[in-house]
Design a protein around this ligand. Sequence first.
Ligand code: XMP
Length: 508
Amino acid sequence: MEKVLVLDFGGQYNQLIARRVRDHGVYAEILPYTVPLQRIKDGGYKGIIFTGGPNSVYDEKSPHYTPEVLNLGIPVLGICYGAQLMTWMLDGKVETAPVSEYGKIELKNLSGVILDEVPEKSVVWMSHTDYISSAPEGFVITGKTDDCPCASMECREKGLYAVQFHPEVTHSEYGKKMLHNFLFKVCGCAGDWKMDNFIESTVKSLREQIGDKNVILGLSGGVDSSVAAALLSRAVGKQLTCVFVDQGLMRKDEGDFVEKTFTSMFDMNFVRVNAQERFLRELKGVTDPEQKRKIIGREFFNVFWDKIREQGELGYFAQGTIYPDRIESGRGDADKIKTHHNLAGVPEDVEFLGVIEPLGDLFKDEVRKVGEMLGIPSQLVWRQPFPGPGLGVRILGEITAQKIEILQQADWVLRDEMEKNGYEKEMAQFFCVLPCVKTVGVMGDHRTYDHLIGIRAVTTDDFMTADWARIPYDILARVSNRITNEVEHVNRVVYDITSKPPGTVEWE
Ligand code: XMP
């Protein structure tokens, strides 16, 4: 498979670089700057991109790489920090710029391969405090700005190219063209990579790696673990065992849906552990939110690993880690267990041959694409984020079986109306909350004193900040009507109009 290596030096736009490369039909593999040179030599890459990064090349603690990587005969494009690193490796000069450049800056094209077919003046996105004050020997400066004398440079004989700006950011008007030039005019890529190739080649390498051994995967019913399960099932069928712990805190009928999907559509061993009673027992009388989270996490861990211990010969441990998880947990490599809210590490007495993360290079939207291509129902592929402790953090105070039932019913009504009205994919997340507050109502001739349901719906790109979603009044009216009519023990519905910050998405 034709691929390019994105060597990650820790910058904020690095995920975008890989995505932009894939947009051109070339597979981009992302590896951290700690990867051994031999791995790069053996990788069969058509090109290498050094990413940006927040450091200064002269700082000893900054991420560096052996200059030998520039002599492999593979073309290299350095971006921002990557450009400065290339300069530093080749004895050019990098210094603190007299004027830092941030944001949209006009680039003057002095002509070069990367800037081929880019107008003489165009806007690029800059973000740097250091700059290349003297290009290495043999390099030609191909672009500059008012404050950056070497905004791009090249050494064609050696196949080395560098840009101080960020072509991967959409604010760089001709960024797409520049990446195109690198991939096709420099690296000679064909651009025929599609997600199908990813599935095909991943299945092949999973088969090679796993051989006749077994694989265990913890299935949560979320997007990532579901897609990993489907991919592994295609690769090794019954050698795969998926363990699904139903703590009884999922949404209405969700546990059954997950079981039905994986037992009827995919070839694998599926083990479901129904642990609702155990969770309820442990949670009895507990009202403190942190305590609840801890208990749910602990019980999940115990139930999950107890089940694994029963599985006999274990083989490999697989999980649905995706690229942003690797970055969030501060590692670019794939040798540890995902720091999951519910699955913190492997107990010492459980031994695996290794960890397999087949989706470790992908982004969420790509994982969804793979999931759709593998035939996973859209209900699962497009599932909204759902907290590890499940409805446990949406029932405020003590959790009981009756409260779970009330919340599941109300939440189902909300989802049903959102889906019917085409709002399902409009919002990042929407759900009901049971604050366990009782209010006075009137039903028929008599007064009631019963539960309140809160509706929470947010729009957001990253869940770090969020705005409350403007669900049209008539949909809210219908949801409220139906919940109070159809769900026993609810006589009032309120809508949460708090942004994040100050409110979090979840109520607990
Ligand atoms: P908050 O409530 O912090 O939530 O604004 C941000 C996003 O994270 C989800 N969330 C969780 N996800 N385990 C998870 O896997 C958790 O304990 C957890 N708590 C919150 C939340 O639903 C939202 O999408």
